[in-house]
Design a protein around this ligand. Sequence first.
Ligand SMILES: NC(=O)c1ccc[n+]([C@@H]2O[C@H](COP(=O)([O-])OP(=O)(O)OC[C@H]3O[C@@H](n4cnc5c(N)ncnc54)[C@H](OP(=O)(O)O)[C@@H]3O)[C@@H](O)[C@H]2O)c1
Length: 265
Amino acid sequence: MPRRNWNKVFVTGGTGFVGLRVLSALVETGADVTALVHPDHENRLGVLRRYVRVVYGDVWNAASLKGRARGHGVVVHMVGSLRAQPERGLTYRQLNLVSARNVIGMAVGDGVPYFVLLSAAHRPAGVPKEYLQSKREAEAYLHTSGLRWAIVRAPLIFDRTQPGGRFFAALSWIGALPLLRVFFGRRTPLPVDVVARGMARLALQPQPPADRVLYAGDLRRLGRVPRGWRPRVTVSRARTKRPNPNADEEDAPFGWLPPLPPEHP
Ligand SMILES: NC(=O)c1ccc[n+]([C@@H]2O[C@H](COP(=O)([O-])OP(=O)(O)OC[C@H]3O[C@@H](n4cnc5c(N)ncnc54)[C@H](OP(=O)(O)O)[C@@H]3O)[C@@H](O)[C@H]2O)c1
């Protein structure tokens, strides 16, 4: 039986908006992190490249994933998108379900016992129902995989430092107030740093926990910074931001649909 290291985390989607922050939170906690990246997108890791082990693979090609996660204690899967491009074959099913299915298959084949899936609590305005459907189908597939799992049904995620960040931070604060959170808590936007710390903590359990679905409130609790906590490694925030390929989009209101994903071969 292969030796497993619970502190050894295998991450997919680490080059994305949320993924970069999760990688950073894991590194700061002292985890031993492997990031699966598309060979053409390694540079998106920026400064984090120095702190993580990089392996190459394509989540849409099951054969390219074989053996990649051997010896890891957990897989954190964050590949997916709110925007489909059916003309390029990138349907919601392909983006959110097929990628998850292939990565879950890799975890099972490689003997990784625990799987954390970043899913969605609801369908943001303007996003077709197929998005949420594909997320729920990915969740259902994970349920039947035989792995221990944690499913994070995240609300809209925002960056406090981007335009509109203050507005979303105010919404987030209001939505967490005692009475309001009963009705709106699961749909209240969450800052990306809170989500990232929550995901990192969820991944770094000493033993795989009981299967569970987590919502915004759980992420808030897990994402709290313990008093007196000091990062093992300090990764500069500014340098973990994904480079923006289109400068004009800096002015876009936040909370939004993310920019179209870059071309994949
Ligand atoms: N952002 C939110 O508000 C929010 C809320 C709830 C749930 N979620 C879920 O959280 C996950 C991460 O979201 P995110 O905002 O960080 O997304 P993102 O920035 O678009 O990146 C997600 C990852 O998926 C890959 N990806 C996305 N579209 C792709 C495509 N067409 N072809 C190839 N790779 C693609 C990206 O890989 P490359 O970098 O290699 O292209 C990236 O590593 C998604 O599953 C999303 O559904 C997000």
